[in-house]
Write a protein that binds this ligand. Structure first.
Ligand code: ACM
Length: 267
């Protein structure tokens, strides 16, 4: 069964959760996709500089962000993956809400590898890399967030757990990920969709520039769709999740059963 995915690239307003959520929810409501991916920290903006600040803006899954996305997902039969600052008891995570039309399947992914000053503002994620099998759309979905891309173990873990599609809400500040992400798609034979943001944020005289170019790659590593560097836009692709499941590429080779883990580095 083919499915349509939309990847949203926009410029969130720093710390203006209400305006960002309204804009995002309008976009999701107008989408005709089966699955929509939003950037990292899409409701708050990115450049937190202290723990106090993240605690102020983070919200639990009972908050407006997660609950409004759950409601829209149910109404529209759409899967939504989007970044938000999550409060969970005394912890604060850089999380992605992974929302399915059937709420029993909905969950969060909490960012594992914290980038730059995030370490002063967030706790390390504790969910690990999980794949959610959603039979209704015949999809096995894996999620990572932004800087997780630098660790091939993230995509490998998701692929070995059965992912057909890896989605990555992101706030990328370099463009080198375009070198590695197609390789993660190819070597794992999975689709890979990166939703990046655009714009700049300046805090304490330090400016971060987010470079857009959100992209969707096929399981052969080829780019299916790519956004511009500065424009707010939605890129789309039709994907066939089942096509990723046979990992052989000739009569004798299969990229998973050919692995030789006893000869690899073990931590
Ligand atoms: C990043 O992890 N936001 C670069």
């Amino acid at each position: 069964m083919d499915m349509k995915i939309d990847v949203v690239q926009f410029c969130p307003k720093l710390f203006d959760k209400e305006a960002n959520l309204e804009k995002i929810n309008d976009i999701i409501t107008s989408s005709d996709a089966d699955l929509i991916v939003l950037p990292e920290l899409s409701t708050t903006g990115y450049f937190f500089t202290s723990r106090e600040e993240t605690e102020k803006y983070a919200e639990p899954i009972s908050g407006d962000t997660y609950s409004s996305w759950q409601k829209i997902a149910e109404e529209k039969n759409i899967i939504i993956v989007g970044g938000f600052a999550e409060k969970a008891e005394d912890k604060v995570f850089n999380s992605a809400a992974v929302i399915f039309p059937d709420k029993e399947f909905s969950s969060v992914y909490r960012k594992t590898h914290l980038f730059y000053k995030e370490r002063f503002c967030f706790d390390r994620g504790d969910t690990g890399f999980e794949v959610i099998e959603y039979e209704e759309k015949d999809l096995r979905l894996g999620t990572m967030i932004c800087y997780d891309w630098r660790f091939p173990e993230a995509a490998r873990t998701l692929a070995l757990k059965g992912a057909d599609l890896i989605v990555s809400p992101s706030n990328l500040v370099t463009d080198v990920w375009h070198i590695s992400t197609p390789s993660r798609a190819l070597e794992n034979k999975v689709y890979f969709a990166v939703a990046n943001r655009i714009g700049t944020e300046t805090r304490d005289e330090e400016k971060l520039y987010f470079n857009g170019m959100s992209a969707i790659y096929s399981y052969n590593g080829k780019q299916i769709s790519k956004a511009g560097e500065k424009s707010e836009e939605i890129i789309s692709a039709e994907i066939d999740p089942k096509a990723t499941r046979n990992k052989s590429f000739n009569e004798f080779n299969d990229i998973f059963s050919d692995r030789q883990p006893d000869l690899y580095w073990q931590d």
